[in-house]
Write a protein that binds this ligand. Structure first.
Ligand SMILES: Nc1ncnc2c1ncn2[C@@H]1O[C@H](COP(=O)(O)OP(=O)(O)OP(=O)(O)O)[C@@H](O)[C@H]1O
Ligand SMILES: [Mg+2]
Length: 239
């Protein structure tokens, strides 16, 4: 890892954020395919995917033993592991790194669980600054409908059942996710998030994303050049 942050990585870090079911994964996968087709070397990293803590987090969730602070710390460990072993090396190698959820997920969720905002922001002080952070904003009802169309039930932690907002899981989901939504909305100015209306069609949203990324790449010729595949374009990281 290059110090606290990679001061001048040759790559580009693009992240997607938003409440559950807001369409983040759909959009970042389409962006991924497009960037590859344009000839860029791309590395994808997903929230809570580090082999170091993934199993333990899963166990803690299954046994419902995670508290707001241990929940926060496990996810921060996952994030640190991926930052050091995946994200920074890929950026240094000139890749475009796509992250499905980034530190803003922790800022929003942990604060919604009552963890002090300043404490969580400080915890993530080591993170690499995102070049573009997209926030897919959708109303709660849209999120709930999309999630329940895809599967039968809400999950205990995504509904915030661990903090006892309501015994009814749907009601708890609404209360918890509305807190998260408020946290995201408050972060738009604080961190300069790029807001996309997540209620638009998949195609409309993807067209906006591609335009914003294209404009960014045009303004940063260095990234455009270094991120092209070919030459020494191998990314020295493991998935
Ligand atoms: N613009 C859209 N209009 C209608 N349905 C959509 C739209 N975008 C995504 N969906 C659908 O909504 C569901 C959730 O989308 P997706 O998995 O991309 O959300 P997500 O933000 O990644 O959710 P999570 O936080 O749970 O990972 C999927 O079934 C997807 O096909
Ligand atoms: Mg997703």
């Amino acid at each position: 890892m290059c110090g606290q942050q990679c001061e001048d990585p040759s790559g580009l870090l693009i992240v997607v954020e938003g409440i559950d079911g807001s369409g983040k994964s759909t959009q970042i996968h389409l962006l991924h395919r497009w960037l590859l087709s344009e000839g860029y070397k791309v590395f994808f990293s997903e929230w809570n995917s580090s082999p170091l803590v993934k199993g333990t987090t899963k166990l803690g969730k299954k046994r419902k033993t995670l508290t707001p602070s241990t929940f926060s710390l496990f996810h921060a460990t996952d994030f640190a592991d991926r930052t050091e072993h995946q994200i920074i090396p890929a950026l240094k190698a000139g890749a475009i790194v796509l992250a499905d959820r980034y530190q803003f997920t922790a800022f929003a969720r942990d604060a919604a669980r009552g963890v002090p905002r300043a404490w969580v922001r400080n915890l993530y002080g080591f993170s690499q600054k995102a070049d573009l952070a997209f926030y897919f904003r959708v109303p709660l009802e849209v999120s709930l409908e999309r999630i329940l169309t895809g599967r039968a039930q809400l999950k205990y932690y995504e509904a915030g059942m661990d903090i006892g907002l309501s015994d009814d899981i749907r009601e708890s989901f609404k209360l918890f996710q509305s807190r998260i939504l408020n946290e995201y909305d408050a972060m738009v100015d604080e961190f300069g998030l790029t807001v996309i209306d997540g209620t638009g069609t998949i195609e409309e949203q993807q067209a906006q994303m591609r335009q914003i990324v294209s404009d960014y790449l045009s303004e940063h010729e260095g990234v455009r050049r270094d991120s092209r595949r070919g030459g020494n374009g191998q990314i020295p990281v493991l998935r």
